[in-house]
Design a protein around this ligand. Structure first.
Ligand code: NAD
Ligand code: IPM
Ligand code: MN
Length: 360
């Protein structure tokens, strides 16, 4: 039976980079004879415009039936005045929550060809290979109560709740320990346990779990120091595990070490190994519609999809090799451009990846 992928391009540059990823998928199907069926849906602002909500029940139902979801990006100024409950971002958050995609893997790997594009000195990032494991369905993003209320003196007060259950910490810790076992054997858990009870519990639970992973070297770091260490000496890290909000922030930071946020893919997995795959970046309204967006994070997200949800590791390897090949040729979008490179647009970059995939 053919595998089912749901494709949700979203807003801004989402549809532009998705078009390129789908071209790459077609080429991969041709080269490797894959039996994959792609369906298409709306999410985010595009869904608000058509259905009035950022994720319709029908689209959610298709997502739940799919083997994997390829997601672009959502949001943009057009919908910024929507009430919080109906913002484009809620479509993404609902997918994560309804599919229980608690394990967000965000690999920050430097392609050696991009050492010059990194915001750090080449020697600090040469060989960089970090995996950020971000808890994705809990923490302050989903905690209740939340809202804005008016106090007796008439002043407004905004509030959110930062909460983690032990079981939520335990399951993400397991994912991180297992990832560390398969990689460099080192795990750094990032928290703010000097201030926040919720993350003091996080640390305790991670330590308890470490008993089952004696081959992994566990360390702990406060999030403020972790942010600093990421830009001071990022190669000290192998796997980092952290909660939803800290993981969001640290992964954008790690992205820049690899040359651009346009290079970072991600996988969000549940216990059934169903997954949603998306670039770490957003809808980049500042460059949308200009053929300037880097499609490589989306294309690398497709490679992760093929590897993790479809068991097509060889195809994933070939796509990653094709990305490396275009970088070897000196092809660059503006965000990763350096002296002497061949500057190109979103479409041309997608075409170049397809070319390398079919001719290697
Ligand atoms: P952003 O990631 O969209 O953009 C930040 C900067 O990075 C911009 O200058 C942008 O041009 C650049 N950039 C991002 N992706 C790029 C790419 N592929 N190629 C070249 N340059 C790229 O973050 P933002 O500006 O804070 O947010 C814009 C909108 O995106 C907001 O509505 C936000 O809520 C949304 N957002 C969505 C997601 C998602 O869908 N997963 C993630 C982050 C932000
Ligand atoms: C991300 C994004 C999302 C997040 C937003 C758009 C809800 O920033 O995927 O990193 O904060 O998780
Ligand atoms: Mn983010």
């Amino acid at each position: 039976m053919s595998k089912q992928i749901l494709c949700l391009p979203g807003d801004g540059i989402g549809p532009e980079i998705m078009t390129e990823a789908l071209k790459v998928l077609e080429a991969a199907k041709q080269r490797f004879g894959l039996d994959i069926e792609v369906s298409h849906g709306l999410v985010g602002g595009a869904a608000i415009d058509k259905d009035g909500v950022p994720l319709s029940d029908e689209t959610l139902a298709v997502a739940k039936r799919s083997d994997a979801i390829l997601f672009g990006a959502v949001g943009g100024p057009k919908w910024d005045s929507q009430p919080m409950a109906n913002r484009p971002e809620k479509g993404l958050l609902k997918l994560r929550s309804e599919l229980d995609l608690f394990a967000n893997l965000r690999p920050a790997i430097l392609f050696p060809q991009l050492a010059e594009a990194s915001s750090l000195k080449p020697e600090l990032v040469a060989g960089l290979d970090i995996l950020i494991v971000r808890e994705l369905t809990g923490g302050i993003y989903f905690g209740e109560p939340r809202g804005v209320r008016t106090l007796e003196n008439g002043e407004r007060e905004g509030f959110n709740t930062y909460v983690y259950r032990e079981s939520e910490v335990r399951r993400i810790a397991k994912v991180a320990f297992e990832a560390a076992q398969k990689r460099g054997g080192r795990l750094c858990s990032v928290d703010k346990s000097n201030v926040l009870e919720v993350t003091a519990l996080w640390r305790d639970v991670v330590i308890e779990e470490s008993g089952s992973y004696s081959d992994v070297e566990l360390s702990h770091m406060y999030v403020d120091n972790a942010a600093m260490q990421l830009v001071r000496a990022p190669k000290q890290f192998d796997v980092m595990v952290t909660g939803n909000m800290f993981g969001d922030i640290l992964s954008d930071c790690a992205a820049m070490l690899t040359g651009s946020i346009g290079m970072l893919p991600s996988a969000s997995l549940n216990e059934k190994n169903q997954g949603m795959y998306e670039p770490v970046h957003g809808s980049a309204p500042d460059i949308a519609g200009e053929n300037k967006a880097n499609p490589l994070a989306q294309i690398l997200s497709l490679a992760m999809l093929l590897r993790y949800s479809l068991g097509e590791g060889d195809t994933a390897d070939a796509i990653e090799k094709a990305v490396s090949d275009v970088l070897d040729k000196g092809y660059r979008t503006g965000d990763i451009a350096s002296e002497g490179c061949q500057l190109m647009g979103t479409v041309e970059m997608g075409d170049a990846v397809v070319g390398c995939l079919l001719n290697s």
